[in-house]
Design a protein around this ligand. Structure first.
Ligand code: CP
Ligand code: NVA
Length: 330
């Protein structure tokens, strides 16, 4: 019997297949209940704080709406004293005295681990430089809604910046669930050897498979999912766009790449935000300098195979499940 009460959610490496299954099942149930008009009470009397060092649209809104939907109270904190005029340890202890749970988005994974260590309450990882576990849950939920097969039978291809936080988070989850995961990118972009070794070891236990390939045709053949993310992540130097564009352009998601899977059912997925067109200041400015940072063609992004807004919505349902499972009254 799975019981996640009082557990932190720092990385899917800490969670078993059964525990991930439990969270996904709860998210599907909570989504259905909300669509049926049910008013939740699982977080009634609970206070949660959202500590942000980086910007966000989905993660912040998902945590806020999920808390309010279940009757809880929420504080958004993006200008704390932490690390400036007050140590992390003291901040964690203070927040732990006032709140039942803490969400953290920022740079280092160690920060989220230390918050959990010192606060005494569950801490949820809302993205660090090396992981994004709540994104993975939303993506797996979305796959289950759209593909008529269990996760164990899914061939998942992540193309582009294969050593970023979203890719690593997905790799960890995929290995736990026994999926076939392909990292598609140039040889020069080396995945952290420790991350790869961990995934290979987990694949042996779960019956999953992890491959790192640089050949597009070979990688995408029979893929159920083609997933990508922006080429320069938050916290990285903008000067990296130019070399990354040179390196990653062959791995951009195009209509041609989608056709190469040989399946009309292949889903296009993206965590968002995306530079699929020139409607943002960054994409426009770079284009004017001759640098095309679009990681996916607009045509694919807007196609019927694209489920990117379902993923965005499912951030809320899965984050709700994580909070209800770890601090909820039920
Ligand atoms: N996908 C995601 O984490 O989006 P935000 O950066 O907007 O939270
Ligand atoms: N890799 C991206 C994900 C944003 C949700 C970043 O870290 O900026």
């Amino acid at each position: 019997m799975v019981n996640l009460k009082n557990r932190s959610f720092l990385t899917l490496k800490d969670y078993s297949k059964e525990e991930i299954r439990y969270l996904l099942d709860m998210a599907h149930r909570l989504k259905k209940a909300k669509k049926n008009g049910r008013v939740g009470t699982a977080l009634k009397g609970k206070n949660v704080v959202l500590l942000f060092e980086k910007t966000s649209t989905r993660t912040r809104c998902a945590f806020e709406v999920a808390t309010l939907d279940e009757g809880g109270h929420v504080t958004f904190l993006s200008n704390s004293q932490m690390g400036k005029k007050e140590s992390l340890e003291d901040t964690a202890k203070v927040l732990g005295r006032m709140y039942d749970g803490i969400e953290f988005r920022g740079f280092e994974q160690k920060t989220v681990e230390d918050l959990a260590k010192y606060s005494g309450v569950p801490v949820w990882n809302g993205l660090t430089d090396v992981d994004h576990p709540t994104q993975t849950l939303a993506d797996f939920m979305t796959i289950e809604e759209h593909l008529n097969k269990p996760l164990e039978e899914v061939k998942f291809v992540f193309t582009g910046d294969i050593r970023n936080n979203v890719c690593y988070g997905l790799m960890y989850g995929a290995m736990k669930m026994g999926m076939h995961f392909v990292c598609l990118g140039p040889k020069d972009l080396q995945i952290d050897p420790e991350v790869l070794a961990y995934c290979q070891q987990e694949a042996q236990k779960s019956g999953g498979k992890i491959e790192v390939l640089d050949n597009v045709d070979e990688a995408v053949k029979d893929a159920d999912v083609i997933y990508t993310d922006i080429w320069v992540s938050m916290g990285e130097d903008e000067a990296l766009y130019e070399p990354r564009v040179k390196m990653l352009s062959p791995y951009k998601v195009t209509t041609e790449m989608m056709k190469k899977t040989g399946k009309e059912s292949t889903l296009f997925m993206h965590c968002l935000p995306s530079f699929h067109d020139f409607e943002t200041e960054v994409a426009k400015a770079k284009y004017e300098q001759g640098i095309d940072i679009r990681e996916v063609e607009d045509e694919v992004f807007r196609s019927s195979q694209s489920v990117v807004f379902d993923e965005a919505e499912n951030r809320m349902h899965t984050i709700k499940a994580v909070m209800v499972a770890t601090i909820g009254n039920y």
